[in-house]
Design a protein around this ligand. Structure first.
Ligand SMILES: [Zn+2]
Length: 553
């Protein structure tokens, strides 16, 4: 069945759902992100208390089996046993490495007959995504965190084969501008997993707070994690800390917290990418250790957007690089991610023009100007990361003054930076403000909570294609995928964060996973209705702005 007719059939089926009073009909299949191939046949598999989860091979996908068992237990109250074989009603999870050629490292096949649900994949990640799809074949209440009575846990008979379009399916949460409790990180990882997203970037440092414990530099969190509380004032009209005033607002994650996040993420096929900003967005770090700025003057952590903000690391002092390498050494030990994000954006270089040490460095290294000094800075950090077996990724400003030889680029100021980097043979993650900035309004500003500005409705997120036109096939291969970013200047709590994120992240999941020929906004909108029921079961507060018919210029 081609995609348009599939959408049409789904539409008709959902209308029948609403209008008819059939006794027991086959459930409508409504999966997000849309899989590659779905073939439904007549009939159902009834999930009942006697179901077993079969894991054949040693060690087999045992984490995934435990995950499935726990979800079934939470919502149904059943207690499915995990066994090595069973001829009764069963959900079989199986890894077959030979399937990698067809399913890749994250794909799966899922087949449902009356007695058996069978998930096959080449890897544990593929099995995990098969389980995510299986959960979406069940009624939305399967996502509830309490036992829901009176539900027929029926699964339609179906054959699905599926794999993602992109390897990087990302979400960034800015935990610096506002700090979010550790418990919320687990929620975010769960939300990402149900959308088959696999890269979580934590924006851990900025002018308004340093959020990760670094043992060698304790002041980064003793001082840098705290600011004065100006939450009752507009972000851009907050006064800096006054002399004698106590900084009491903020928080940070301990190294133990981080290790737990990383482990929880890994069980869900998610890599956490730490972002440690340099050379700018560093006021919190320099409030803790002013000796690494050009002037050495005392600073306080900024309670909001206070401009101009030109407190950046001194590129002339050797001590700056020692400090950053020490910090990165601890970061690398915490985060197994291949990529370490070093920011690199929006550096006001006015202090570098006045600093004798920075100017000396420019001369000594034969650099033309401050842009090339930034490039020197990034290259030096890249050399260190590479020596530790890691890769550098940064915002597209790292292209200015010459890109470091092995760097990957996150293209945020539109897609041109990404195009230039891809043409030069560098890996790229597309995250342009136009389609991926979830701090923008998603509906009419008159009826929405205060946001930073902009306008990014659901349909526009959905329309994004991470591969820009004009790239050759080889250049297009450099596009790793896409990422949504939730910056939190205007987002102070988890409920608001969820509101800004959903359902736009649902649209982004299809941008990242679903092949272009399978994408269709009308069909997505129908499937979204079911996804919102899942969010209701999970008690996620989401935006209904996409239901408003508004036109903004
Ligand atoms: Zn300097």
């Amino acid at each position: 069945m081609n995609h348009k007719s599939a959408a049409f059939v789904t539409a008709i089926a959902m209308m029948f759902n609403l209008l008819s009073c059939q006794k027991e009909k086959d459930p409508v299949i409504s999966i997000i992100p849309q899989p590659l191939n779905v073939t439904q046949t007549t009939g159902i598999f009834k999930l009942t208390p006697n179901v077993k989860i079969v894991v054949k091979d040693e060690p087999g996908p045992s984490d995934q089996a435990a995950f499935l068992k726990s979800r079934i237990q939470s919502a149904t109250g059943f207690d499915p046993q995990i066994v090595k074989k069973s001829s009764g009603k069963r959900i079989s999870l199986q890894i077959e490495s030979g399937l990698e050629g067809t399913l890749g490292t994250e794909g799966y096949s899922l087949s449902v007959s009356k007695r058996e649900v069978k998930i096959l994949a080449a890897t544990p990640a593929g099995v995990f995504y098969g389980i995510q799809t299986l959960l979406q074949l069940l009624p939305p209440d399967i996502f509830a965190n309490k036992v829901i009575e009176g539900i027929k846990w029926n699964i339609p008979l179906v054959q699905i084969t599926d794999k993602p379009r992109f390897v990087w399916r990302g979400f960034l949460l800015d935990v610096s501008r506002h700090f979010f409790p550790a418990s919320y990180m687990y929620d975010v990882l769960d939300y990402m997993a149900m959308h088959k997203l696999n890269r979580f970037q934590m924006h851990l440092t900025d002018d308004q707070g340093w959020r990760v414990e670094i043992k060698k530099y304790p002041k980064l969190t003793e001082v840098g994690a705290w600011r004065v509380n100006r939450e009752d004032q507009h972000w851009n009209s907050r006064e800096v800390q006054k002399p004698g005033e106590k900084a009491t607002y903020g928080g940070f994650y301990t190294q133990d917290d981080i290790r737990k996040f990383v482990a929880y993420a890994a069980q869900r096929n998610i890599v956490i990418i730490p972002e440690i900003e340099m050379p700018a967005h560093t006021t919190a770090a320099l409030a803790s250790y002013p000796e690494y700025s050009c002037t050495g003057s005392p600073l306080t952590v900024l309670p909001g957007g206070i401009w101009p903000c030109n407190n950046i690391y001194c590129a002339g002092k050797e001590e700056t690089f020692t400090f950053l390498q020490d910090v990165l050494t601890e970061v690398i030990a915490l985060f197994p991610s291949k990529y370490i994000h070093i920011g690199g954006d929006e550096a006001d270089k006015s202090q570098w023009t006045k600093c004798p040490l920075c100017q000396k460095r420019i001369k000594a290294e034969g650099l033309k100007n401050e842009k090339e000094l930034q490039s020197y800075f990034i290259r030096r950090i890249e050399k260190f990361l590479n020596s530790q077996g890691r890769q550098l990724i940064g915002w597209d400003e790292i292209l200015e003054g010459g890109l470091a030889p092995n760097a990957a680029v996150m293209s945020w100021r539109g897609t041109q930076g990404g195009i230039d980097a891809a043409k030069a043979g560098h890996p790229v993650v597309m995250t342009p403000t136009s389609h991926c900035y979830f701090d923008y309004y998603q509906g009419n500003p008159d009826s929405e909570p205060l946001a930073i500005g902009g306008y990014l409705p659901l349909e526009k997120v959905y329309s994004f294609d991470p591969v820009p036109q004009g790239l050759s096939a080889d250049e297009a291969k450099m596009i790793l995928g896409a990422q949504a970013n939730l910056w939190t200047e205007y987002v102070a709590d988890t409920s608001h964060a969820n509101y800004m994120t959903f359902p736009r992240l649902t649209a982004l999941s299809e941008v990242c996973w679903t092949s272009p020929g399978q994408k269709n906004y009308d069909d997505f909108s129908l499937r979204l209705t079911r996804q919102l029921q899942r969010f209701d079961a999970m008690e996620i507060k989401y935006s209904k702005a996409s239901e408003q018919k508004i036109i903004l210029k």
